[in-house]
Structures are given as structure tokens and as C-alpha cells.
Design a protein around this ligand. Structure first.
Ligand SMILES: [Cu+2]
Length: 191
């Protein structure tokens, strides 16, 4: 009973966050605001360093989450995988990043294992706590540890997918609530 209620509480939290911030439609909340995003130095799921410079020249989607997330993160990653499929050959011209807000548990190996259920082109990103916190700050991502009944914890976090252009500048929150072919068509406009 305790476990079930803890699970449900986690689910409700995740949903609340997504409802609060995703809204409907993909209208730019701050197109003129270039202050989202910026330099970072983190580690990918293969243990290799990844920086903002590695992403230059291709538009990218970036989403912050964690592998223990019951619902929101797997759904976003599933939708991203569908979009990659619809992109066809253009998929190689776009990057997608899943940055953990839970570096304590999400090591490169854990991310790699978790992402094997999704499109292999999605890049898992982690790092030490300070580097992850800096990335959260530059993307204005809210993330907070929430203790659960069993003595563990879940993460409350911002669930916006950001669309960044070829120069690494923020374009708009990316609307995932539509057919993957429509989302893919929008991405192709930024190639
Ligand atoms: Cu999540």
C-alpha cells in the first residue's frame, strides 16, 4: 500500500510539473530571450566528454529528466524516438539530449542502459553535481529531490523540451503534443 501510494504521489508530481509548464501549443514564451542555454561541459552515456561546442552546426532538442521517472520522461523519450523515425535521413542532422537532473543515480552506465529502450541517436548526458546544476541553471530548469516513503527519493523537475538552433541559441519550447510527422516537419525548418 505504501509503495503504491509513493508511486502515485510521484506520478502526480510529475504530471503537475508538466501541466504547469508545458501548456498547450508550442508558442515561444521568450523568443527574444537568448538567456536560455549556454556553454556546458558534461559527460555522455559512453563516458565521453560532451560540450556545447560538440553540438554546433546542428539544431538540437534538449530535455532534462531522470531515469527513475515513472511517466513524463519515458513518454518524452518515446515521442522523441518517434520524431527521429519520421525525420528519416535528416535525423542525422539533428541532435537530441536527455540531461539527467539526478546525477547521483544516473551514471553514464545507467543512462546507457536506460536509453537502449529508445532511439539510439538520443544522447544521454550526466556529470558531477556542480556541472549538472550549472546546466540546469543556464536552461532555467527547476529540479528538486523529493523524499519517498521507502526512504528513497524521486525528482520534481521542469519538463520542457527546448528547441535550440544550429548556433546553440534557444528558439522556443518544442511542442511534443502533436503527431510526430508534424514535429519532424517543424524541425526540418531549422536544418
Ligand atoms: Cu520526469
Amino acid at each position: 500500500m505504501l509503495i503504491i501510494s509513493a508511486f502515485l504521489a510521484g506520478l502526480v508530481l510529475c504530471f503537475t510539473v508538466i501541466l504547469l509548464i508545458s501548456g498547450r501549443g508550442g508558442m515561444p514564451i521568450a523568443t527574444a530571450n537568448a538567456a536560455i542555454g549556454g556553454p556546458f561541459r558534461l559527460t555522455d552515456q559512453n563516458g565521453k566528454a560532451i560540450t556545447d561546442q560538440d553540438l554546433k552546426g546542428k539544431p538540437f532538442l534538449v530535455f532534462f529528466g531522470f531515469t527513475h521517472c515513472p511517466e513524463v520522461c519515458p513518454t518524452a523519450l518515446f515521442d522523441m524516438s518517434e520524431i527521429f523515425t519520421k525525420l528519416g535521413p535528416d535525423a542525422d542532422k539533428i541532435n537530441a539530449l536527455f540531461v539527467t537532473v539526478d546525477p547521483e543515480r544516473d551514471t553514464p552506465a545507467v543512462l546507457k542502459d536506460y536509453l537502449s529502450s529508445f532511439d539510439p541517436r538520443i544522447i544521454g548526458v550526466t556529470g558531477d553535481e556542480a556541472a549538472v546544476a550549472a546546466a540546469e541553471k543556464s536552461y532555467r530548469v527547476y529540479a528538486k529531490k523529493v523524499p519517498t516513503d521507502g526512504g528513497g527519493y524521486t525528482m520534481d523537475h521542469t519538463a520542457i523540451v527546448y528547441l535550440m538552433n544550429k548556433d546553440g541559441r534557444f528558439v522556443a519550447p518544442f511542442n511534443m503534443k502533436r503527431r510526430p510527422e508534424e514535429a519532424a516537419a517543424e524541425l526540418k525548418r531549422y536544418l
